[in-house]
Design a protein around this ligand. Sequence first.
Ligand code: GRF
Length: 218
Amino acid sequence: MSGTLRTVVLVSGDGSNLQAILAHCVTGGLGIRVVGVISDRPGVRALDRASQAGVPALTVDYAAAGSRPAFSAWLAAALSRLNPDLVVLAGFMRILDTALVEQYRGRMLNVHPSLLPKFPGLHTYRRALEAGEREHGATVHFVIPDLDAGPGILQYRVAIHGGDTEVSLRERVRAGEHVIYPRALAWIAAGRASLKDGAVWLDGAPLAQPVVVDEVTS
Ligand code: GRF
């Protein structure tokens, strides 16, 4: 995949990752164009951020859909109308149907707030602190039907400090997501990174591990 990729961002909440991606699109060099933002909930800040950036924003309301199959069909139809090359999950809190994930295999990405394969699922900050971990972070990965299990492209790693709380850790990790998500998208748009035979390939070779970016501390 290369060229300017038509990209749809799926959101559920604040949309700070969406904002980071949009900001990089404005400054140029990402190689993607956000052609739509879809939220599974009305009234979230991410929708306002999209509108302010002049990006078509719509809600595929999970609650209004009434059932998971109805929601999935509605979302699939909304996506296909936007005809994306890439589907970017940015704080999207729904588990997608296998058929939809398969349809966009190799073209659907997610950011998860942990150093996968550690801590898939929810409450990663709390769980990392409770487990006495010395480091935590975030992973940008291709989406496969198994939750938070797709191969990782980039990770952002922070050290956990003695005084860290869920809030302080989240703040530092999220700042890192805003660095690694645009970078992963740029690699994909440039044709440098792709999913092949279940593995991430970067610059012509399979990655044994995601590329790690360490938090810069002064
Ligand atoms: C991020 O921390 C991401 O890792 C998780 O949900 C959060 C979304 O944040 N999947 P935002 O909506 O992009 O601000």
